[in-house]
Ligand binder design. Structure first.
Ligand code: FAD
Length: 427
């Protein structure tokens, strides 16, 4: 088996998962990261079974798993009065039974640091404080802003939404596109909450959506029920070119003042809030180059609305599939096949998930009126009976979408694709 030298640009979740999976497959990885220390912006992250099964495989430590909050139910509320439109009870056990893996809510920092420590333990090298500026696809080699050069057999672009690697690949500055929505992100500590009912919500993990015209809110516990994460999704207003800024707590409260009182009680405790512009990208023709020296993963190639919480989960899947396929190559001449299979598997799925996130926005953000009433009737018709199997407006429990999202086993898919004769045409 050839021992490849792989450069991963970016130490976000896609870069770290790629580094871990490629190293487990026997290759040497150097991660080049522009930040001088790995301190991800703190907020919650829903990690669904398609990704928790990967984290198990990568043997993350017990201390990491202890930070998880596992929701026992998932509820969808009408925005104005909190009326329950949908309720999935025993969510945790149903998910485990169906998918053989858990649905867990984490603090993003805990996941990133656990992956970083795992990567270090496996021997991945990190070059922190180095911003990749240009790429020579023939050598292949990256050059950073400091002038340092790093050569390898393969370059993996994992540099996120504003990917410079993508610009180099396309040879044009290709800016992300606004989705028309922004997110206010709030994290509350249980220590700062006095209201007994709110403390109860935080200590007993569950997931809540409040859906209203043009907007929705999501709340869930993280850090084993010691913190509460709230994301408020509303139409976009930051100035052009600004992707993230401190939000005004007052402005946020005004937007949600007529919403369910339990949500506004949470918002009344908020001291600081971050505001994120939600961006997407047009689909690319290809995620790999002709010479098979370059490949893209994560938000660099398929950023999405966070409405199904799949951005990071998909990024982890990308890393697993790429790493496993590169572990299959017996000669260097098979690297192009591994990359082509990666692209086939991941581009189809990644882009399909992106499209599904827009459909979820449509279902959640319906303006008040006949369509919204029909949607709520459909929700309510299955509140007592349970889900009937037909398409459901919340894809989080939809019997047609949820299995497609959560049953995906990245290692199994990669293995099948590599061994399947039907893929011989990509050779
Ligand atoms: C409000 C909100 C809520 C979300 N909630 C969820 C959720 O619950 N579940 C979920 O799965 N996803 C969620 N997501 C999406 C998820 O955060 C992203 O999809 C995921 O983090 C993308 O990971 P990445 O590694 O591709 O990119 P990033 O996390 O952006 O990492 C890119 C890395 O590359 C580095 N970098 C950038 N440029 C360079 C350069 N030129 N040279 C070197 N390094 C560079 C950056 O510093 C960074 O460390 C959410 C997103 C938002 C906005």
């Amino acid at each position: 088996m050839p021992h490849l030298q792989i450069i991963v640009v970016g130490a976000g979740l896609s870069g770290l998962s790629t580094a871990i999976a490629c190293t487990i497959s026997g290759h040497s990885v150097t991660v080049i990261e522009s930040a001088s220390e790995l301190q991800e912006v703190g907020a919650g992250l829903q990690v669904t079974p398609n990704a928790t099964r990967l984290l198990k495989k990568w043997d993350l430590p017990a201390s990491f798993w202890a930070t998880a909050a596992e929701p026992t139910f998932l509820a969808v509320h009408r925005y104005s009065d909190g009326k329950v439109l949908a309720m999935e009870k025993d969510f945790n056990t149903k998910i485990r039974d169906k998918y053989g893996a858990s649905f867990l809510d984490f603090h993003r920092v805990d996941l990133q640091l656990a992956l970083y420590q795992r990567a270090l333990a496996l021997g991945v090298k990190f070059e922190l404080g180095q911003r990749v500026q240009s790429i020579d696809f023939d050598l292949p080699q990256v050059t950073t802003a400091s002038g340092a050069k790093f050569s390898s057999d393969l370059i993996v672009a994992a540099d996120g939404l504003w990917s410079q690697s993508r610009n180099c690949f396309l040879d044009v500055k290709d800016a992300p596109l606004p989705t028309g929505d922004l997110a206010y992100r709030v994290v509350l500590s249980l220590d700062d909450i006095e209201d007994p009912e709110l403390r109860e919500w935080v200590s007993n993990p569950s997931v809540h959506f409040w859906i209203g015209p043009g907007a929705h809110a999501v709340g869930y516990s993280v850090r084993a029920g010691k913190m509460y994460n709230i994301v408020l999704l509303v139409p976009d207003d930051p100035p052009e070119g600004v992707s993230r800024q401190s939000g005004s707590v007052e402005e946020m409260k005004v937007l949600f003042k007529d919403w369910d009182p339990i949500l506004t009680r949470f918002l009344n405790i908020v001291q600081t809030v971050d505001k994120w512009k939600l961006m997407h990208r047009s689909e690319l023709d290809s995620w790999i180059n002709d010479k098979s020296t370059f490949v893209m993963v994560g938000d660099a190639c398929h950023p999405m609305l966070p409405y199904l919480a799949q951005g990071a989960n998909s990024a982890l899947e990308d890393g697993a599939v790429l790493g496993h396929l590169l572990g299959k190559v017996k000669t260097r001449s098979q690297v192009p096949r591994a990359l082509k299979l990666y692209e086939q598997l991941r581009k189809t799925r990644g882009e399909a998930v992106v499209r599904e996130t827009f459909k979820q926005r449509e279902s959640f953000h319906m303006p008040n009126g006949p369509d919204q009433e029909a949607r709520d009737e459909l929700f309510l018709s299955q509140l007592e009976t349970g889900l009937t199997g037909e398409p459901f407006p919340s894809r989080w429990t939809c019997p047609q979408v949820q299995p497609w999202l959560y049953s995906y086993d990245a290692y199994e898919e990669a293995e099948k694709a590599w061994t399947s004769g039907s893929n011989a045409e990509v050779l």
